[in-house]
Design a protein around this ligand. Structure first.
Ligand code: CP3
Length: 358
């Protein structure tokens, strides 16, 4: 279904302007002039121009200033000539917007003042309205004017990954409180994930209606689960999110780290494109995901600290494994590491473009 006959409204001007981009073609599994490239966390600390404009402005505050968001989102597009921009924000922004007391601590990540662990706590998760995140609509309006035919990717945190921050109260290695709730009170857990699915769906809809041409659902930490637990306790909420935005006709990307054993289920959850980390080669990932989906990935971000020859050799491996795919979007297997040399990223984009040009 194209967005034009979608029950969720007209394709925006930006969505039609970007329709024939290499990135959206690859997502739709159509032939491409070259393999499109973008990087998770392409905006951020690896760029000196980012550090400069962020000086003295806390992370969450910077996400609420449309002019700053526009500038930061455009920085990697200008510098690296990537094939897509990703909206500059964070997965906890919609939670902050509905009044959850949280902060993003430098070098740590999101920290929640009062974790959510009881049924009474659930009441603190109210619905998200477009007015709660008016600055997102404003920023995307500015951005699409600047981006021309370069697509903008909107994103949100998936219910499990958001729940892990809310239940733990911050980043966690073992997710013990999260799993304690999931196994110990399955009904409360299901209700929590369902609330988060509604909030996430509303946040993605705001971004698509403002002009995002694709969306990515980050379930970064779901690789902590076995497939049976994923299917039973997480998948229904992620399915709800993908269903909520299906009618717009924009590609939906689904990504998590360490999710080799979950790739099939993550595709089944409703994604058009499945993101793969560096642990599973893309040809093997395609067997696990099955036909009818494009793949995104999957150079190990740490490879960029090696020699130029090593980066090129590892990139060749990724491109060779991607040869038979129905659609391939080149990316790293996780986000750009903060101390990455930005020139290595610029060279990588050029290398992929020239070595895949038809
Ligand atoms: O360029 C882009 O990819 C867009 C920006 C983006 C940010 N966060 C900005 C950010 C995106 C897509 C995210 C998503 C996000 N946030 C995820 C999913 C992606 C992933 O890495 O798996 C997660 C798990 C978070 C939670 C979070 N926020 C973490 C773990 C951190 C890092 C903590 C640190 O300081 O090392 C943050 C903070 C954050 N989000 C920064 C940026 C640029 C760093 C803060 C800063 O620059 O001051």
């Amino acid at each position: 279904m194209s967005a034009n006959d979608s029950p969720q409204g007209q394709q925006t001007k930006q969505q039609s302007r970007t329709h024939d981009s290499a990135f959206l073609k690859a997502c739709r599994r159509e032939p491409v002039p070259h393999t499109p490239v973008w990087f998770m966390r392409q905006a951020g600390r690896s760029l000196p121009e980012y550090l400069k404009v962020r000086e003295g402005i806390p992370m969450l505050e910077s996400c609420m200033r449309p002019e700053l968001v526009t500038e930061i989102t455009l920085q990697p597009v200008r510098r690296h000539k990537v094939d897509a921009a990703i909206y500059f924000s964070d997965i906890v922004v919609p939670l902050k917007a509905i009044g959850i007391d949280l902060d993003i601590k430098p070098g740590v990540g999101p920290v929640v003042a009062d974790p959510i662990r009881t049924r009474a706590d659930l009441a603190r998760l109210r619905d998200l309205t477009p007015e709660d995140v008016h600055y997102v609509t404003e920023a995307i309006g500015m951005l699409t004017g600047e981006l021309g035919d370069t697509p903008l990717i909107g994103f949100a945190g998936a219910p499990f990954t958001l729940a892990s921050y809310l239940v733990e109260g911050g980043p966690s290695r073992n997710h013990e409180h999260t799993k304690a709730l999931m196994y110990g009170d399955p009904q409360l857990w299901a209700d929590l994930l369902d609330r988060l699915a509604d909030i996430t769906s509303a946040f993605l809809k705001v971004q698509i209606e403002a002009g995002a041409s694709a969306v990515q659902l980050f379930d970064s930490w779901v690789g902590a689960l076995a497939p049976a637990d994923y299917r039973r306790s997480v998948m229904p909420a992620s399915v709800k999110v993908f269903d909520a935005v299906a009618g717009y006709g924009v590609p939906r990307i689904h990504f998590g780290v360490g999710t080799g054993e979950l790739l099939g289920l993550m595709g089944e959850a409703g994604a058009d494109v499945v993101g793969v980390d560096w642990r599973v080669p893309l040809d093997e990932a395609a067997r696990r995901v099955g036909p009818g989906k494009a793949l995104q990935g999957n150079l190990d971000p740490a490879v960029l600290f090696s020699t130029r020859e090593a980066v090129e050799a590892k990139t060749d491996e990724v491109l060779a494994a991607a040869k038979g795919l129905e659609g391939h979007v080149f990316n790293l297997g996780h986000g750009v590491l903060p101390t990455t040399d930005p020139d290595a990223l610029t060279r990588l984009v050029e290398y992929v473009h020239t070595h895949t040009a038809v």
